[in-house]
Design a protein around this ligand. Sequence first.
Ligand SMILES: [Zn+2]
Ligand SMILES: [Zn+2]
Ligand SMILES: [Zn+2]
Ligand SMILES: [Zn+2]
Length: 542
Amino acid sequence: ADWRLALWTLFSVLLPVLITAWCSFQRSRRQLLIRDIFRKSKHDWHYTDLFGQPSYCCVCAQHMLRGAFCGCCGLRASERCLKKADQRFVCKEIMTRGAGAAQSSIPHHWVRGNVPLCSCCVVCKQQCGTQPKLCDYRCAWCQYTVHDECMVDCLKTEECTFGEFKDLIIPPYYLATINQMRKDKKTNYEKVVPYSRKQWMPVIVLANTRSGNNMGETLLGEFKMLLNPVQVFDLSKIAPAKALQLCTLLPCNAVRVLVCGGDGTVGWVLDAIDEMKIKGQERYIPQVAILPLGTGNDLSNTLGWGAGYAGEVPVEQILRNVMEADGIKLDRWKVQVTNKGYYNLRKPKVFTMNNYFSIGPDALMALNFHAHREKTPSLFSSRIINKAVYFFYGTKDCLVQECKDLNKKVELELDGERIELPNLEGIIVLNIGYWGGGCRLWEGMGDEPYPLARHDDGLLEVVGVHGSFHCAQIQVKLANPVRLGQAHTVRLILKSSKMPMQVDGEPWAQGPCTVTITHKTHALMLYHSGEQTDDDASSLSE
Ligand SMILES: [Zn+2]
Ligand SMILES: [Zn+2]
Ligand SMILES: [Zn+2]
Ligand SMILES: [Zn+2]
């Protein structure tokens, strides 16, 4: 009986192990199959474990919680039906092909089922997608929705109008026409403006999926749905300089670029645009709008786009803002740092500055913060911890006072004129209105008269601070900065010791040197006349 017992024990232990092994083998095989379909498909398939709204498979019409969806046309399919769905339905065509590709219209691209909640039928004006089943249609281009009952044959052949965002969309036949013209070696693209409209201002979306948690990824999908996928770029896969070459296929002085990312990403794109100027593509230069990701984006805030976006406003509203925004100029500056010494063979460091340059406590804060973020990156993924750590370093630095008697260590020249410095710990040179994540530094309490500061007048504002505690007081409008003046050229000579410095939040420790800040160029930006957020209120409300 012993061997029987042993056999049963072995069996009861082995059985679950075998079942688990079999299941995981099946699962990995299935995942491999799905990935294979994803890779070969013309659709932009993604997999989700939970759909955000009730969803039905486009093949078998069954309700499903998880499955695949196309990021361009919005098709949804269960795992089982994915292959069939992929073969049966075509995706949004970015460029029309075949005979008659260069015509000037396309029919609607109807996708059945899973229409957005709260959408309205274009025929009967009643709400669509209210029934719990695969029903109703949405056009992947104009976003119109129609009931099953209201769908008539003429709607199936009717010309698509491209809906509300027709002025921003690059129609697929436009690219087909341009392609044909390039083959014929013609370059007068201006004559091919679609739907004979004067207001056409095609938008190019450049999204940095690495900034602002997963926001960039989500936005990328939403913009691909609303626009032509060809005009939406992921900056983690393609550099801005390459993406911006699309401008050369579009009419001059019409293109608008929407940068989704932090101030750093905006600087990256502006550098790429400056490169276009050098390449002699000046007439193709686009205007730049910003959708700020992350927090405390002072440049974005100055231009009216807010300090950080976390999905408060629907993407459609952002596109409307881009259409309505006005053109504006932004000064960009060259910061040159030359080390002291006769035998200095190293080249001077050169930066391009959009926001601000500083020496002293706020640069030290950024430097400490930076060093710790490098050491323990996982700790710094939360905004609230970031704020707390930043505050901690701010106060700790306040006790140490490493930047004491700055006025004895530096000489400051504004437009060639030596400035007599009072007792200071830090000097900040500003191009834009906001500093330090939502603080209007130049204005201070705003109780005494101060010269107007603009970001397109070729002038920099220079202020001094008495330390990080003073900085904090200015932030909550309890103190005024020491206004040192405005200038076209700023020169700062650090005579001795090592000091923290920063350009646009990029800090480093610097020995004796000469810092020269001169005007570099103008960038063409778009200004949104919405509300500006002081003190980064959006992140505190979380
Ligand atoms: Zn199905
Ligand atoms: Zn698709
Ligand atoms: Zn349509
Ligand atoms: Zn209807």
